[in-house]
Design a binder for this molecule. Sequence first.
Ligand code: PLP
Length: 363
Amino acid sequence: MKTVQAQIDLSALRHNVNLIRQKLPESKVYSVLKADAYGHGSVRCAKALNDTVYGFAVARIEEAIELRDAGITKPILMLGGFFREDDLNLIERYALEFTVHSQWQIDALRTYSSDNCFTVWLQVNVGMQRLGFNGDELDSAAAGLASCASVRKPVGIISHLSCADDDSLKDYNELQLAEWKRMTDGWNGPKCLSNSAACAYFPEKSTEFVRPGITQYGISPTLGKTGKDMGLRPVMKLSSEIIAIRDLKPGDVVGYGASWVCEKPTRLAIVAVGYADGYPRAVPSGTPVEINGRLAKTAGHVCMDMMFVDLGAGAVDKIGDRVYLWGTDSVSVECVAESVNTIPYELVCHLSDRVEFVYTDDR
Ligand SMILES: *Cc1c(COP(=O)(O)O)cnc(C)c1O
């Protein structure tokens, strides 16, 4: 058994996706499994959700192929489209769906000859300036796709909002929603807009297809809020164990850089997890962890393979006791992320292969 464990609760994953679906009973869900299901393991997550969702969405062709090779037969959408003309052969072989956001892709599709038809989504830009055709390019792009024999009709239309998660940017979000409406009113194919935040905060704007990512994993898309506040259950619980305990006296100085000074007698746990496992080095002293059902605080800088936890004077915790770093009721990954000025997406994606994944499912 490896020391650092990510317990992945597949029942919680299904609970979360069912909650999203209950809120949007009219919408079909592409479950976003890019980046190895945000670090949770895409094949296991896909199998757990297979009967619950319409299809899956990924960022890279190799992520799609991994799912197909594991036996997943549902639709798989490549959110960023194909990056090279050559990829069309693999896309056909693996029966993948993809977005089309650039003229060169339409040109490639026009000259591709095949007995099969591709299911494609015309990507439009409503304000993020990442991928997609602008409003004044829409008609010619749509006509270009319509003229491709290899493309199934009607073609879907898809876009992405840049700040649905942030109420302080409400006006810019409204502008993007207005642009989406302008571009898609009268579109005769399926529509797909909402990410997690849009599903949660603008359910009335939801389209026939939606693409939730982070909320499936029980994590809030919005800073200052947790998944728990939204009725979600954390899917990943990250833990390690105490490998040494020492008593400190006032004046003892802990860790690299001598950044934490002991003020009153206490016990210090050395815990076998560090930034090489994916726990961020930048967490400040005082970041909460959970040990034996109570909260304790980190002390000093996180090392590559170990970190320090102040257990308090007289603590009775033992070597081998587990220390939970996030994913419990009292320590959320949202709060750890906030303490290092990032978003929880980044933390769950960044676990290293030193971490053992343990899957549970009470189905
Ligand atoms: C990652 C991604 C999503 C999912 O976003 P969440 O914020 O995790 O819900 C949806 N659509 C696109 C295009 C994405 O890149």
